[in-house]
Design a protein around this ligand. Structure first.
Ligand code: FES
Length: 157
């Protein structure tokens, strides 16, 4: 009888279940391991984690959505986050966003084809008196205007 080869992702998740156990508390460590290795958690992995931990896939998805360090799609090497909260919004967030989108040729929520940049909106970065605030990877850039945003991107490029 032909035995179909098991998916490599399933093997990997099974090894994490062996390592962390098969109860709910293993969900986050397993997700972190998958994220670390694959830079995102694909749909198939979510289904398999749910099956092996005997929980609903919606539960897996809601944990991924809750934590910003977990994501369902691969992201670029540089994550550009622009604050969308009211103070930065009033300080000119929109024109900064437009300049960034023009410069990279993508919209917020997207990743460049070369995987160099992902654009995301975030909530307050705690720099409200110095908005619009931009966070690129770990570094915060205060008082950004469209020209400064393009210049910063070119430095990162
Ligand atoms: S509102 Fe943008 S940093 Fe606080």
């Amino acid at each position: 009888m032909l035995v179909l080869e098991k998916n490599a992702m399933t093997d990997e998740i099974e090894s994490f279940v062996d390592k962390f156990g098969n109860d709910r508390s293993s969900l986050l460590p397993i997700l972190q391991e998958i994220q670390k290795k694959h830079k995102h958690i694909p749909d198939y992995a979510q289904q398999e984690i749910a099956r092996l931990l005997d929980i609903h896939p919606v539960e897996v998805y809601s944990v991924i959505s809750f934590y910003s360090f977990l994501n369902t799609k691969p992201k670029g090497r540089n994550i550009v986050r622009l604050c969308q909260t009211i103070t930065c919004d009033l300080a000119g967030k929109k024109s900064v966003a437009n300049a960034i989108e023009r410069e990279l040729g993508i919209k917020f929520g997207e990743t460049t084809k070369d995987n160099k940049f992902t654009l995301e909106y975030v909530n307050c970065l705690g720099m409200c008196d110095q908005g619009p605030a931009l966070l690129i990877n770990e570094r915060v850039y205060p008082k950004v205007n469209p020209e400064k945003a393009v210049q910063i991107l070119n430095e990162v490029k």
